[in-house]
Design a binder for this molecule. Structure first.
Ligand SMILES: Nc1ncnc2c1ncn2[C@@H]1O[C@H](COP(=O)(O)OP(=O)(O)O)[C@@H](O)[C@H]1O
Ligand SMILES: [Mg+2]
Length: 299
């Protein structure tokens, strides 16, 4: 059974179609990312899937249940990262998460463990108003996870985090997914989508342009690899004669070889002792976005 089945989902705000006929399914245990620049429609899509926003058209089924109107059977089974503004007023971080926990019959010890897991133990007695943006974001994620939901929704969970906290959260989400939880997140970070997700839905202007694993999306581009050889190591004519090299030209960082057979070309370079300082560049999700939309990715 799929964890999420979205069919023809549409949301309009006046003239603007924020989510435009989106169809997407997410399998149980999958880690799926919705990747797109600001304004792509990620939040609107996610909120309709979570049952928080009413679609203008299409269907959503989550864990086999309808999500709209608000379905109380689903609440204990899903975790939704709330905006920091939806915290209870004047409570400390510990009181916040303990309150969320008690709504689901989860004890205080587990709530405190979650504070530890997101690195907030030393902020447990701070009021949420006094937390930094990143700390509040980590608290909201802990509150979404405290009842151990089987399906987790996160909307740009790392946007306010510093690089270290971002890595920590990646580890946390990966380990949740490793233990069978389904994770759906939105992000405008290409690297985040690439590192975390089994599949990425590339979204722009309300539409999902393509869904696949990051590797398959890049492979689908059929873009050649660019191998840069340190300056002076190899002559351009010699390089152009290597089987599989389509093009060899002097670049700023050295000699650039364009090839669709990077493995074979690297083998020849190794045999000729030209590997020192070599770098290989293949396609990225950024190239995928460019190919799909005809424009540069501007998050
Ligand atoms: N409540 C709303 N009223 C009118 N327009 C909205 C509303 N919410 C979002 N939008 C518009 O819908 C589009 C998609 O927004 P959103 O789903 O927030 O995108 P993302 O999360 O990818 O940045 C944007 O153009 C945004 O301005
Ligand atoms: Mg958003």
């Amino acid at each position: 059974m799929s964890a999420i089945q979205v069919t023809g989902l549409t949301k309009r705000y006046g003239e603007l179609t924020a989510v435009d006929d989106v169809t997407l399914s997410v399998g149980e245990g999958e880690f799926v990312g919705v990747l797109g620049p600001n304004g792509a429609g990620k939040t609107t899509l996610l909120e309709m899937v979570e049952g928080l926003r009413r679609p203008d058209g299409g269907q959503v089924e989550v864990l086999g249940e309808a999500v709209w109107p608000r379905n109380p059977r689903l609440q204990p089974r899903i975790g939704v990262q709330l905006q920091a503004s939806s915290f209870f007023e004047r409570l400390t971080a510990r009181e916040q998460i303990r309150t969320f926990a008690s709504l689901y019959g989860v004890g205080g010890a587990i709530a405190d463990e979650w504070l530890e897991r997101v690195g907030l133990t030393d902020k447990a007695d701070a009021r949420v108003e006094d937390l930094s943006g990143g700390q509040a974001q980590r608290l909201s994620i802990a509150c979404a996870l405290v009842h151990d939901p089987e399906l987790v929704f996160l909307d740009e969970p790392t946007s306010a985090l510093d690089p270290q906290a971002r890595r920590n959260l990646w580890d946390l989400l990966s380990s949740l997914n490793d233990t069978g939880r389904t994770v759906v997140l939105t992000t405008h970070y290409m690297d985040e989508a690439e590192v975390l997700c089994d599949r990425v839905a590339v979204m722009d202007h309300g539409r999902i342009l393509q869904v696949d694993s990051p590797a398959a999306l890049v492979r689908g581009l059929d873009a050649p690899a660019r191998i840069t050889v340190a300056p002076g190591s190899l002559g351009a004519e010699e390089a152009a004669a290597i089987p599989g090299v389509a093009e060899a030209s002097e670049g700023v960082d050295g000699l650039v070889l364009v090839t669709r057979e990077p493995g074979a070309v690297l083998g020849v370079l190794a045999a000729g002792d030209h590997l020192a300082g070599v770098s290989v560049q293949t396609g990225t999700l950024e190239d995928v976005f460019l190919a799909l939309t005809g424009r540069e990715y501007r998050a």
